[in-house]
Write a protein that binds this ligand. Structure first.
Ligand SMILES: N[C@@H](CCC(=O)N[C@@H](CS)C(=O)NCC(=O)O)C(=O)O
Length: 144
């Protein structure tokens, strides 16, 4: 059975949503990142980057939420576009937009707003502006 190494936060949630929507059986393996469990040797053997989520599926081990989404989509054939270069290019573009844009900018915006020590105004403004700009692009794309 698929094992999803999970903490209730945005990147693991993306994978849990896929598994639920696809109706795939899986078991959650809790990794409490507030307690630092992501830094254990056992978890770093699964994800050397020491972040959730990670997924083990038989002899396949995958880390990074976006890699996991692509792995599951290719394995199951679910939520994939038509198998043409143009459709695949579009899917990969938006997946990487999430991986390199939405995820990191929103993460940094939350970090600098709520957790970083002073001084931080420049960082709050920069990451909030970029996070909102990215979400505006999503809105425009979904409305098109
Ligand atoms: N690019 C990674 C980012 C993973 C990530 O930042 N995960 C957060 C939870 S949403 C985490 O494990 N944070 C704990 C830490 O940074 O130590 C992915 O998409 O999986």
């Amino acid at each position: 059975m698929i094992q999803l190494y999970y903490h209730p936060s945005p990147n693991p949630l993306k994978v849990a949503l896929f598994l639920e929507e696809a109706g795939l059986p899986y078991e959650l393996v809790p990794v409490d990142t507030r307690k630092g469990e992501q830094h254990s040797a056992a978890f770093r053997a699964i994800n050397p980057n020491a972040k959730t989520p990670a997924l083990v599926d038989g002899d396949a081990t995958v880390f990074d939420s976006n890699a996991i989404l692509l792995y599951l989509a290719e394995k199951t054939g679910r939520f994939l576009p038509a198998d043409t270069p143009a459709a695949r290019a579009r899917m990969l573009s938006w997946l990487m937009f999430v991986a390199t844009g939405i995820g990191p900018y929103c993460g940094q915006a939350v970090h600098f707003q709520h957790f970083a020590p002073e001084p931080k105004d420049y960082a709050v403004n920069r990451y909030t502006f970029e996070a909102e700009r990215h979400w505006k692009l999503v809105d425009e794309q979904l409305a098109a």
